[in-house]
Design a protein. Sequence first.
Length: 403
Amino acid sequence: MKRNRDFLFLMLGQSLANIGDVLYVVAVISFIFETTKSAAASAIVPFTITFAMFISSILTPILIGRVNLKKLLVGSQIGKTVILFGLSAFMMSGLALTNYYFVFFMIAGIALLDGCANPIRQTLIPYYVEKEHLIKANGIAETITQSIQIGTWFFGSLLLVVFSPNQLILLVAVLFVLSSFILALLKNVDHKAERQERMRDLITQGWQTIRVTPVLKTLAKMEFFEAIANSVWIAAILIVYVKQALNTQEQWWGFINSAFFIGLVLGSLLCVKFPRFLERNQYRFIMVGTVLNCFFTILFSLTSVPLIALLLSALIGVFGQLKNIPQQTIIQTSIPKEQLATVYTSFGTITTGTFGVGSLIMGLLSDYFGVRSVFAVSGGLLAVVFVIVFKNSRILKGSIHRG
């Protein structure tokens, strides 16, 4: 890939940031639990992060229309670094022990900035990578991201044996400093966003692009139903599943979760290894991936054998990724690069908002109808996604050929 220097810096800078994001969340959850002795209080941490990222995805277009993309990415990372040093100082002072609720405001601030950085990273890839290499580049990006998810959650808990939560946060702050420095080495991109004077126009710009672009409208519908379907994979539901449906011990939740992420990595590696084949068959992979994930999820709801559940989880990860990366490439090639950032923030709003509400709904359904029922519902929602893909085959195929 030409101009791979900038792609390398983007991946390295974001990888350090992603490692830091996981480690600081591990540290904060540990600190909140040690301070309050409440699992419910600890559970507020991921909720706070998701809610803040949802708000960020709504407000980010205001900045995208006015600030250089690279400066916005670097600025958000520097902002996260400053807040993290502030969090460390607050915890070191001892004030956090009696005023721990202020910690939630700080992690909300970090998540707001993180929600700004994510769509920009996705937007910058087409600027640094030629169109014919996008499948491979997206595969590499997803491989790195999911590998970090697998390894860092595991090692993060081990690091807490050696370091206190505050020491771990200081370590993350150092990673954030390095990330900021590396991202600052990126070349500026010629991003000429449409100038909008009114704040309302800036916020709705991505939505307007989706509304008038048939393929994006189709993908947005798919994203909506997929986000609800994917909300069954939260820890609260999986732990109940391994206890009640599999009748096994809690650690199987970790095994199933790890199998899923390993499947995501394998799917990403296949995209990196065979980019030309996937590029020629993007629609087929979207169609097949949707059908198989629907089928595997329904089987997952029915099985009582832990090893089969483990295998199904891995397969869902593999075929989910083989579907998602072509979808990602379609977004990047179906509209001008100048419109990508606002479109990605709109997709982020759909994902985070729907996932948050879906998690609550699935939790209630699990309580009333049993944990197996929610995975059956998830499979049904993926069947709806398949219908959307099938009914809009002409639009999806047309966009792929034009891209």
